[in-house]
Design a protein around this ligand. Structure first.
Ligand SMILES: [Zn+2]
Length: 536
């Protein structure tokens, strides 16, 4: 008999000192601890349900809790684990649709009208680049394994021939031909699991390629068909991404959860769900999925940083209050005077109206805003001293000394960050840094273009900075270069808005959510991105 499987419940941290004391007291350890261990194992449960109840109980006391599942048996996979679509999936997992963007806007409290900033982590926006880069690794790193055994029956010779032709086409990535052969083979030998599996892997590869080239509809169709051929973790994963790309987070969630039911500790699915809950602003749930993903084997500095950030945010915001306005959910310390919160909310509502006037749309409410005491803001967001706001899926701001005296600065920051929220939503986080920052700056203006003189002089001060070769992250640039990068981005967006109108900018954002950016640009403006970028 196999050893009994148990789910362990670990306490890995505390929201704050009060919570720590509360929890240690419950454990009978308060005052009895020589040295605090890295984690406390507080329960060992027979089922996940039971473990989740334990988890809830400790969380209510302010503990950070994770569930460590028993090592799950690997699912039956007659054809071997490594298949070409699988390696592709691995390669692109982090690149596609899950990158969390963090824009940081400068908020000059002095006389400087020009916000500056750094752009964090946008390297993850461009799925296509890393895809094409990794795709070439397929053949060397993960040789495909295809089934060739066909059951002995009256049609077996013909089925085997069709199967082999399908496999040969699949190896050339001729997905349509491969699928046709394999479907025909399957009609002759419907019970042949090997053929089913081959067809499923072909449909998976086809779906992933379609998604990669922006053809989301085809991707969904192929991946749905693949799902009907039996449970496969990568099919669930990519189907979820395809739904997410379509903007249907509910369906994405359902696909990933269905996948987890079949493959309970599949790290990619856990990671995808963590990202999804983070986007929905359910940080505790997100952190839990990320912990499980790490326990299941995904690791690396990026996940580490993300978990640390979420941990810092949860700690800092543990006892924050929530205040709502028509379009905003604002979290803030209880100690913050209500007139400050009202002042911030009024400015954000006004900034939203400004976006409506300018573009006719704003980001979908409710928009999440978090206000931190100034010192805590920099500690939580790890932003530089001059940063006046951060957009990381929600808007984070310092509130030290906010009052009428700096209304103008707050107005600029509010417009800038709201524009980030809009660009992120409409482009599904796939717009390049220059478009994100350029639009954010353009939306700050009372009169569009009011800073073009400034921008022109900045740009000519550093002619080496060109839009065409701006790095994915402005944070890598020195201060003068960064200023020139922002200036170029602003001028580029200003040009597009003046020549084509703001509606076209929105069209570009929508298009870039669906396909690679240079295609989206050409389709929107009938102009080559390279040629356009040369001028800036
Ligand atoms: Zn920005």
């Amino acid at each position: 008999m196999p050893p009994e499987e148990r789910y362990e419940v670990h306490i890995v941290g505390f929201a704050n000192d009060v919570a720590r004391a509360r929890v240690l007291e419950q454990l009978g350890l308060l005052g009895n601890l020589q040295r605090e261990p890295e984690c406390f194992v507080v329960a060992s449960c027979r089922s996940r349900d039971e473990a989740e109840q334990e988890q809830q109980r400790w969380r209510r006391l302010g503990a950070h809790v994770r569930i460590v599942a028993p090592a799950s048996p690997s699912p039956a996979e007659p054809l071997g684990k490594e298949t070409p679509p699988r390696s592709l999936a691995r390669a692109t997992l982090r690149a596609l649709a899950i990158g969390s963007l963090a824009g940081v806007a400068a908020w000059w409290l002095g006389e400087r009208a020009m916000p500056r900033g750094v752009w964090k982590l946008p390297g993850k926006v461009d799925a296509s680049r890393s895809l094409s880069h990794r795709a070439s690794l397929d053949k060397t790193s993960n040789p495909p394994v295809w089934a060739t055994t066909i059951p002995n029956d009256i049609h077996s010779d013909e089925a085997a021939r069709l199967n082999n032709e399908g496999v040969a086409a699949a190896e050339r990535k001729e997905w349509m031909a491969a699928a046709e052969h394999l479907r025909a083979a399957l009609r002759l030998a419907p019970a042949a699991t090997g053929i089913q599996r081959n067809l499923q892997q072909v449909l998976l590869g086809w779906g992933v390629d379609a998604l990669r080239s922006g053809d989301v509809g085809t991707a969904v169709d192929r991946l749905e068909e693949a799902r009907r051929l039996g449970p496969d973790a990568q099919v669930f994963l990519w189907l979820g991404y395809a739904f997410q790309q379509q903007g249907d987070l509910g369906k994405a969630q359902a696909a990933w959860e269905a996948g987890l039911e079949q493959f309970p500790e599949q790290p990619d699915l856990l990671l995808a769900l963590g990202e999804l809950w983070e986007r929905r602003d359910q940080r505790e749930k997100a952190l839990d999925y990320f912990s499980r993903a790490r326990a299941a084997g995904i690791d690396g500095p990026e996940l580490q940083r993300k978990m640390e950030r979420l941990g810092r945010e949860l700690d800092a915001e543990w006892e924050y209050l929530l205040t709502r306005s028509a379009r905003f959910d604002v979290r803030h310390p209880e100690s913050e005077p209500s007139r400050t919160i009202e002042f911030v909310l009024a400015n954000f509502e006004a900034a939203y109206d400004h976006l409506l006037q300018l573009l006719g749309v704003g980001p979908t409410p409710p928009i999440s805003v978090v206000l931190y005491p100034k010192e805590q803001f920099h500690a939580v967001t790890q932003s530089p001293d001059w940063a006046g706001g951060v957009f990381s899926g929600r808007i984070q701001l310092p509130v030290g000394g906010l009052n009428e005296g700096n209304r103008l600065q707050l107005q600029r920051v509010a417009r800038h960050e709201l524009a980030h929220a809009l660009v992120s939503e409409w482009s599904r986080r796939r717009a390049p840094a220059w478009l994100q920052e350029g639009m954010a700056m353009w939306c700050e203006d009372d009169h569009p273009g009011e800073r073009s003189d400034w921008a022109l002089s900045r740009r000519s001060a550093d002619p080496s900075i060109r839009l065409a070769d701006l790095p994915a992250s402005f944070a890598l640039l020195g201060p003068a270069e960064a200023e020139a990068a922002y200036a170029s981005s602003y001028l580029a967006v200003l040009h597009l808005a003046e020549h084509y109108g703001p509606r076209k900018l929105l069209e570009l954002l929508r298009a870039s959510a669906q396909q690679d950016f240079s295609t989206a640009f050409r389709e929107t403006f009938g102009q080559d991105l390279k040629d356009f970028a040369e001028a800036f």
